[in-house]
Design a protein around this ligand. Sequence first.
Ligand code: CP
Ligand code: NVA
Length: 298
Amino acid sequence: MKHFLSLEHSDAATLESILKQAALFKQQRSRCPQVLAGQHWALIFAKSSTRTRVSFEVGISELGGRVMFLSSADIQLGRGEPIEDTARVLGRMVHGAVIRTFAQRDVEVFAAQSGIPTINALTDDEHPCQIVADLQTIAERLGSWQGKRVAFLGDGDCNVARSWIWASAHLGFELSIGAPPAFAPAADFMQRLPTGTVKISHDPREAVAGADVVYTDVWVSMGKEAESQERLEALAPWQVNAALMQNAKPAALVMHCLPAYRGKEISAEVLEAHAPVIFEQAENRLHAQKAIMAHCVS
Ligand code: CP
Ligand code: NVA
């Protein structure tokens, strides 16, 4: 039994093994091993979701398991029952849990107290399942992430950016985070990284120079709505648009975890031009997460 709580505490061998399995699951979708047969899994979500919820629900079913979706607003967790108690109850009833919430500590406490495989489906600190699907997409499109340069633009301290940073630290591809100083990765976070892992740039053109992949995410992450105005103003020069893409490699991929806000972090023109890759990323959530669940129960 294993958990999948962060990329920070993952390693290259584990990620490579999950990605190999994800590619097989994609090739053989109709012949899926029933590794969750006889199991019930709970999805406990305290934030909105389209892709993550649907891909986990379909993925659990395709692996032979049954799923229950628990909005935290509908269970006692939303009325203040401690995560420790929720974990100890669910651990006696279900076989695995997928959690989307605010504090990273909550998924870690749930994993420790429940005794069942626990998967981080997004916290304020990380979005590890997203980056596994993104790496699968890069491998399909570019052959490998090895030797590639990824540029992440926007809120460089958000969950998606942080998971990218850990992926780069483990797998060794080049990563530049392009963000204004107020939205660069936090100093205490950077101290946890091996030195030289990530290049920080405060100039959008410099950040994407020579990039094989230009990646962006929403400027206002869930839970940051009170800062919307400040974020939209500070991040406006960081839009991924056709003019900026002139500075990346000519065949560079544009990637977005979605949902996308056209005219904010990405222009409508660039999003539509790169829609085949962006929606492949979304599909790969299904295959990647099936591989993550298979890893957790192995
Ligand atoms: N990318 C992503 O996690 O999408 P959802 O918020 O729709 O799950
Ligand atoms: N950084 C975004 C990702 C959404 C999938 C958020 O946390 O809202």
